[in-house]
Design a protein around this ligand. Structure first.
Ligand code: SF4
Ligand code: SF4
Length: 384
């Protein structure tokens, strides 16, 4: 193996980690077994990611300069149409008839792009021994133009090195300034997902093959332009917060009607999709904070959700009448003792503040005397 091209490759580990830990801190607890100063490492990773996100244009250009050479090229894609146009050009120049896709269910980016439908439209066959290999890049490192690919195997490594053409996909926010973070990200995402240690490849191309990398925006700059919530882009997608979010645990994936689900989606989806379709999501959060207590990089999810709610009011996303009602609701509902004692609320007049759409589609139950978080904990203990 040529070290100039493969910087690091870790063999599969048999470590079996139990799934989920609703008591929290699972990712961090296990990270501590690997790194002595895990807390400070996690805080430094957050800062390093934040620096990259704050100067995203420069970091992406730095990455491109380090990555591009006669074997490697970058395709910038504003949306999936740019990806598909780029792919058509590659297919034409490489005379492609077949593609090897990694496991589509574990590849959010392929589901986001709807890649399977595109390939079937183009009459491209899916095969293990295909002309072109597709890969997902989990993180770009701008210091040396290398890329982190998680959840890989020896077979993938051999395919990466022996294939004539590799096409790789990532998103603009998957970047950090130094490849030294590779192992930390590998640890945190593996433990966060509750699986054994994921194999990883850090790759910066190979002279044997042509590598094309699509760096996709797909509305992510909408989040970047919001100063108070752009920190959500530092998320390393470990998925740990989903294990403890009472809302996600209760409703599951389906109601989101999207490839993005869980606490982070409550922040990002209104900006990645449309306000009309996903405006309700920031309100589908009890602000219990369970997600933050397990997040390895301590993302302040509640603060961001509150900021979005406030920006919906101040930016006029919510119409005037609803805004007035929401202001009243906010005042009442942010005070538990007021909620429990107010005659107005106990008298069920609360429903007069809810939109007629909501009232049409469901029966409004009386307000509980306890917080959602407290009730959820009681029901969890009863189940044990
Ligand atoms: S704060 Fe909101 S998103 Fe986070 S765990 Fe609680 S309900 Fe879920
Ligand atoms: S927000 Fe959730 S998915 Fe992102 S790093 Fe934190 S725990 Fe992991």
């Amino acid at each position: 193996m040529d070290n100039d091209f493969y910087i690091n490759f870790q063999e599969s580990s048999e470590a079996s980690i139990k799934k989920g830990d609703s008591q929290g801190n699972f990712a961090l607890k296990n990270c501590r077994e690997v790194f002595n100063d895990a807390d400070s490492i996690c805080a430094r990773l957050y800062n390093a990611r934040m620096r990259a996100i704050d100067s995203l244009d420069d970091e992406l250009n730095r990455f491109e300069m380090q990555f591009s050479n006669k074997h490697n090229s970058v395709y910038w894609a504003n949306d999936f149409n740019d990806v598909f146009e780029g792919l058509k050009k590659i297919f034409k120049s490489e005379k492609t008839k077949s593609v090897r896709l990694p496991n589509i269910n574990s590849s959010t980016i392929f589901r986001e792009l709807g890649i399977k439908y595109f390939l079937s439209d183009q009459k491209i066959e899916l095969r293990e021994d295909a002309d072109i290999q597709f890969f997902v890049v989990d993180m770009m490192f701008s210091d040396n133009g290398s890329m982190l690919m998680l959840n890989q195997t020896n077979t993938t490594l051999s395919k990466l090195s022996n294939s004539r053409t590799n096409v790789m996909f990532t998103t603009i926010d998957s970047i950090v300034g130094s490849s030294e973070w590779a192992e930390v990200i590998q640890q945190l995402t593996s433990y966060g997902k509750g699986c054994g240690m994921q194999d990883m490849i850090v790759f910066k191309g190979s002279p044997n093959c042509q590598n094309y990398l699509f760096i996709i925006d797909n509305q992510r700059t909408n989040i970047l332009s919001k100063k108070n919530i752009r920190k959500v882009m530092t998320c390393i997608d470990c998925g740990k917060c989903k294990d403890v979010c009472p809302v996600y645990q209760t409703i599951g994936d389906e109601p989101y009607n999207n490839v993005f689900t869980g606490p982070v989606a409550h922040i990002t989806l209104p900006f990645l999709e449309t306000f009309e379709s996903y405006m309700h999501l920031p309100y589908a959060c009890t602000l219990c904070g369970a997600c933050e207590s397990v997040c390895p990089i301590s993302l302040p999810i509640r603060d961001m959700i509150i900021d979005i709610r406030q920006s919906f009011l101040s930016d006029g996303v919510i119409d005037k009448k609803d805004r007035r009602k929401q202001n009243i609701l906010q005042k009442i509902l942010s005070n538990r003792s007021k909620m429990n004692s107010s005659k107005f609320i106990r008298g069920q007049h609360l429903s007069s503040l809810l939109s007629s759409d909501i009232k049409k589609s469901r029966v409004i139950p009386p307000l509980s005397q306890e917080t959602f978080n407290k009730l959820y904990k009681v029901s969890e203990n009863n189940e044990k």
